[in-house]
Design a protein around this ligand. Structure first.
Ligand code: MN
Length: 154
């Protein structure tokens, strides 16, 4: 059977576009839900927490997915046993006291050293999410003042 070359070109293009659409849908699907809105005073703006793992008799670690709407951020704080941040979405900021703010992008990991005062959050124009891993050893995080707009924009 002979297929009209115009028709076969159309067929191939349709298949290619179809595959591309399927890839796009998969890429945009969230792996985890945002969880519950954070209502405590330690955050400014709108942020969400999905606690993925909590400590138990075998393990001392917490892992929580934190999602920040644009402009949302933590207050200044420190972790007595340090913290690991794995960025899963968007663009955000991380700053340690006395140092310049740095940009964090999806796919990056940042290690916060124990007792170093810092903050993290979304950039002005991007939703931002990270998985925060910390330990219950040595006690809870210490919370300080909110990050002012001057500090945030610097
Ligand atoms: Mn932290």
């Amino acid at each position: 059977m002979k297929i009209n070359p115009i028709y076969s070109t159309f067929l191939i293009l349709t298949l290619l576009i179809g595959c591309n659409e399927a890839t796009e849908i998969h890429k945009d699907a969230a792996l985890f839900s945002k969880g519950e809105r954070i209502t405590n005073e330690n955050f400014k703006g709108t942020a969400w927490l999905n606690m993925l793992a909590t400590p138990d008799s075998l393990n001392t670690m917490y892992a929580g997915l934190v999602t920040f709407e644009p402009g949302a951020r933590t207050n200044w704080h420190s972790h007595p046993a340090g913290q690991i941040l794995i960025v899963t979405k968007g663009e955000g900021y991380y700053q340690e006291e006395g140092k310049d703010k740095r940009t964090m992008l999806q796919g990056e990991t940042i290690k916060c050293l124990p007792n170093i005062k810092h903050w993290h959050g979304a950039s002005q124009n991007s939703e931002f999410a990270h998985i925060a891993i910390s330990s219950r050893d040595k006690g809870p995080a210490q919370w300080f003042k909110p990050v002012t707009d001057d500090e945030y924009l610097k």
